[in-house]
Write a protein of this length. Structure first.
Length: 164
């Protein structure tokens, strides 16, 4: 997603809120503790929130203001909230990035955040189909060079300006 933002300045990356401890290896996010997360849920601070990988994740409600202002936002969502996201964001486009299990396993091992059991669970989840009923879904191979993945997504979003 950072590579997409670098390739196209009209994109903005949404930083998720999560319960990962500050300083832990992972995405650039807004880390909060469980109590603060619960308070934020009660206060309506989130457009979406979910639990995955023994953590809690959320998308700030203010993204609705950004979308209404015409901004193009990129956000990493769980399969479990895609249908809910679609009900809240009419123009939602889902890019399902795929790669063979051996490539995913190698990437997870090199990332160094999960143990062998966690990696096995992630691989099993990656093999699951997306929920039925999503309107705009594009499957994109992420098995090769990052530049190829970025080029394919940009072409899908803007086919009129794709270099042929």
């Amino acid at each position: 997603m950072e590579a997409l933002v670098a390739a196209n300045p009209e994109f903005d990356l949404v930083r998720r809120v999560n319960t990962r401890r500050a300083g832990e290896i992972g995405e650039e996010s807004v880390p909060v503790d469980e109590t603060t997360f619960d308070d934020m849920v009660r206060q309506g601070d989130f457009l979406l929130h979910w639990r995955a990988h023994d953590l809690r994740y959320a998308i700030p409600a203010r993204v609705q203001t950004d979308l209404a202002a015409g901004r193009t936002l990129l956000v990493n969502l769980s399969r479990s909230v895609l249908l809910q996201a679609q009900t809240r964001v009419d123009q939602l486009i889902v890019f399902s990035l795929t790669a063979p299990p051996e490539i995913l396993a190698d990437r997870l091992i090199r990332r160094g955040r999960e143990d062998a059991d966690d990696i096995e669970q992630r691989l099993a989840r990656a093999a699951r189909a997306l929920p039925h009923g999503l309107r705009h879904v594009f499957e994109v191979s992420n098995a090769g060079a990052l530049s190829n993945t970025v080029a394919e997504i940009l072409e899908l979003l803007h086919p009129e300006s794709a270099v042929r």
